[in-house]
Design a binder for this molecule. Structure first.
Ligand code: HQG
Length: 180
């Protein structure tokens, strides 16, 4: 299995486990989990040749650890990034004083006006480092990084979660909590 194939399967899994499970006729439970055997069977049915060994390699080698198995390995889910309405069940955490949000320069003015909104996803995604935020922002165009006063938000009652793969999640970031 070459890297290109691994990446292809990873992207396909992101589509299925975050956004459109119905594409291959599967469902996610309320916490985003789906049965591994059913997933593999339905992927094969739709022409995506895969078996458990290949799935394990894709999960293990994924650069952002996007997918996780449950304890006994019978279920799989995406750790963050969903647009499908699931509750990952993460426990609220105390965030660091500052977190970062990488976006495109073209969104800067709108964000300064309306704050950071979750758009199509279940949460706003924040990064612990400017490097990561830079990579996230570069996906959308010329990157721009906002500093978010996460500690202050937390003290004002906003919940923060950290996904299994280290992405900070919250519902929204009102503009007043952006560092000017
Ligand atoms: C922007 C990737 C205008 C927001 C990444 C972002 C992340 C606004 C875009 C994860 C806005 C939504 C999520 C406002 C927010 N006005 N634009 N008021 N509020 N936006 O892709 O955070 O590689 O849904 O800044 O690494 O870019 O897929 O969110 O530019 O962790 O695993 O609206 O996806 O992970 O874009 O990325 P997205 P995101 P993966």
């Amino acid at each position: 299995m070459n890297e290109k194939h691994i990446k292809h399967i990873s992207k396909f899994l992101s589509l299925i486990l975050r956004h459109a499970p119905e594409t291959i006729g599967i469902t996610l439970d309320e916490n985003g989990w789906t049965d591994v055997d059913t997933l593999l069977a339905q992927m094969n049915l739709k022409g995506e040749a895969i078996n458990r060994e290949i799935l394990n390699v894709v999960v293990d080698t994924n650069n952002k650890k996007r997918f996780a198995f449950n304890e006994d390995g019978s279920k799989i889910r995406a750790s963050q990034g969903h647009s499908v309405d699931i509750d990952p069940g993460y426990v609220p955490q105390q965030p660091p004083e500052l977190l970062y949000h990488g976006t495109a320069l073209k969104h800067k003015d709108s964000i300064l006006e309306k704050g950071i909104l979750k758009q199509n996803r279940t949460h706003v995604h924040l990064s612990a480092t400017t490097d990561t935020a830079h990579n996230v922002g570069s996906r959308h165009g010329k990157p721009y990084i906002f500093e978010v006063k996460a500690g202050e938000m937390h003290r004002n009652g906003y919940n923060f979660f950290i996904s299994e793969n280290g992405v900070w999640l919250t519902d929204e970031v009102p503009a007043e909590f952006l560092v000017k």
